[in-house]
Design a protein around this ligand. Sequence first.
Ligand code: SAM
Length: 277
Amino acid sequence: MAARVEWKPAAAPVCKWSGGKRQLLPHLIASRPSRWRRYLEPFVGGGALFFALGQPDSYISDTNAELINMYRVLRDDVDALVEHLGRHRNESSYYYAVRAQDPAHLSPLERASRLLFLLRVCYNGLWRENAAGQMNTPFGRYHNPDIVQEKSLRAAHHVLKTATIAESDYRAVARLAEPGDWVYLDPPYAPVSKTANFTSYTAHGFNWADQEAMAQLVREMGQRGVFVMTSNADVPAIHDLYHGLPIQIVPARRAINSNPAKRTGITEVIITSYPVS
Ligand SMILES: C[S@@+](CC[C@H](N)C(=O)[O-])C[C@H]1O[C@@H](n2cnc3c(N)ncnc32)[C@H](O)[C@@H]1O
């Protein structure tokens, strides 16, 4: 098992995000290189490690346009975002009206405020999209949720101030990362079920061929002196894919299921292109 390191985070994620890494944070930090230059995180999602590190001049990216727009607005005009979020109401009909808005017809500020509002009051706080890319999580019915969360937004704004934020595919990082940089790749995970057919599995647009291509990129960047770290499901296919690189098995969120055979996701793996001390 990998070590845990307690670390005073510079900031925390401003919203919940599917696959968020808050629980793995002590293990991710323990797996850092002994020293590095720039920090790059091209599947940023909620950005648990990015915000915890708070390193100036970092690079973050994601393919989710609404998420990336929100980070840009939070970086460039936190006051306007705080003010705009304060206008929303925790009411079911209002929620569904905002959810139905077409982001293409909104300003960047309105889009950022919409995303955070929906995430603050939706069921389970998780962004889910239908096949047409529309957010479809139902209303959460929470009593008095804190929709603005001003303190957390301002701490995150401080970390984002010097960040480069891109809406792009993770592969762009291969051109940007230089020897000595630290790149954390946290892709949508491979399936955990023993019966899963890896070759036909796709989650969030990421299929097994994408896992293979990404593993290739991890090796290539590692060979040119970039410190690459990636996390994934603790399944034999992932161990095979990264064979020869240091792989640590770490405890993860324990999925609740009364049937032990179905309790998946108990461990995950952290793979590095460099030895972890
Ligand atoms: C497992 S989540 C990352 C979670 C993040 N580490 C956190 O702490 O919240 C994976 C992210 O990758 C994004 N994504 C999916 N395919 C991508 C691609 N080809 N390139 C870049 N980002 C992608 C998704 O939008 C999602 O936000």
